[in-house]
Ligand binder design. Structure first.
Ligand code: IPM
Ligand code: MG
Length: 368
């Protein structure tokens, strides 16, 4: 197994707005190196469609090995209509899925926090979202994203059949549920586990295993089970009832996009994808905004870099043990929002529009 190299940060900007938002993170890392004497070693390479265009594959072995030996991977976004018709193994998204699967990043943390300055940017009423602070823990290396058999095959009557398999094992469920319970203990001590146990066996197993783990090791944490469709509805009806939500790969994908709109914009939500710690306490991790490549606005300098910058704050906290610096960076983001600066996606009356790089510079100017 390749060793993780401490403080090595690999930037994979990817496609669409990825390079624009990662550029702002690079500036921030350089600021920390210069002003806090942190010796982050930065490397940057291609992933996704950009890698396909140059090398004919969404991620080369060389880049994959670089990711394996980096303590932190910062990914921008991958994908775009240009590559829509490629076969599955060549699609830009495969880079992301391969990194998640082979780095064993099974726990995807997706916080949805509604900043007080942005209450009015949400499409929901202020009283529904103000003060919102939920954490979605999405299982990231199993379920229907990776289940076998899969594929498209011809069937007898001349039609074709598309097949995917939704499957979970006990250990896959237990390890991600542990992450959720441990996080809840440091928050409001409440976990909601979501599945479709009324329709799917894998959902029934999910529910049972989470309950068994709870009764064995986490009795002090409040646990509720909720069907995933009900959860989607409750997120809009009364999102503040949630603290930590733990769910599978596909439901987590959907529920986290939905939760992002409670906060005002998809451009605000960071994420951390974490593996297990080895016996030396080392952990592989990848950090990325939850938004996609947004090809429609790429190259225009209007993308919101905050989700990616907050993803780096999560890296400071979860991988690099720099909680103080993480808080400093989060505060800098808040201060800039207090000053009324906004990228286009969160622009409201009385605030000032700034570009991607102006937003990055403003955040850096608030770092202490
Ligand atoms: C996400 C994205 C990815 C996913 C895509 C780009 C493969 O939507 O990270 O939420 O489906 O997991
Ligand atoms: Mg998604």
């Amino acid at each position: 197994m390749i060793k993780v190299k401490k403080r090595k940060i690999l930037l994979l900007p990817g496609d669409g707005i990825g390079p624009e938002v990662i550029k702002e993170v690079r500036k921030i890392i350089q600021w920390f190196n210069k002003n806090k004497s942190l010796d982050f070693e930065i490397d940057e390479d291609l992933a996704g469609g950009a890698a396909y265009d140059k090398h004919g594959t969404p991620i080369t072995d060389e880049v994959f090995y670089k990711a394996l030996e980096s303590e932190v991977v910062m990914l921008g976004a991958v994908g775009g209509p240009k590559w829509d018709n490629l076969e599955f193994s060549k699609k830009p998204e495969r880079a992301l899925l391969k990194l998640r699967k082979e780095l064993k990043l099974f726990a995807n943390l997706r916080p949805a926090i509604c900043f007080k300055q942005l209450v009015s940017a949400s499409s929901l009423k202020p009283e529904i979202v103000s003060g919102l602070d939920i954490m979605i823990v999405r299982e990231l290396t199993g379920g229907i994203y990776f289940g076998e058999p899969r594929g498209i095959k011809p069937i007898d009557n001349g039609e074709r059949k598309g097949i995917n398999t939704h499957a979970y094992t006990t250990s896959e469920i237990v390890r991600v549920a542990k992450v959720a319970f441990d996080l809840a203990k440091k928050r409001s001590n409440k976990v909601t586990s979501c599945e479709k146990s009324n329709v799917m066996e894998a959902g029934q197993l999910w529910k049972e295993e989470v309950q068994v783990l709870h009764d064995k090791e986490y009795k002090e944490v409040e646990l509720n089970h909720m069907l995933a469709d009900n959860c989607a509805m409750q997120l809009l009806r009364n999102p503040k009832q949630f603290d930590v939500i733990v769910t599978d790969n596909l439901f987590g994908d959907m529920l986290s996009d939905q939760a992002s709109m409670l906060t005002g914009s998809l451009g605000l939500l960071p994420s951390a994808s974490l593996g297990s710690k080895n016996k030396n306490g080392e952990m592989r991790a990848m950090y990325e905004p939850i938004h996609g490549a947004a090809p429609d606005i790429a190259g225009k300098g209007v993308a919101n870099p905050i989700a990616t910058i907050l993803s780096f704050a999560m890296a400071l906290k979860y991988s690099l043990d720099l909680d103080k610096e993480a808080d400093g960076l989060e505060n800098a983001v808040q201060n800039v929002l207090d000053d009324g600066l906004r990228t286009k996606d969160i622009l409201t009356k009385g605030t000032k529009e700034v570009s991607t790089s102006e937003m990055g510079d403003a955040i850096i100017s608030k770092l202490k």
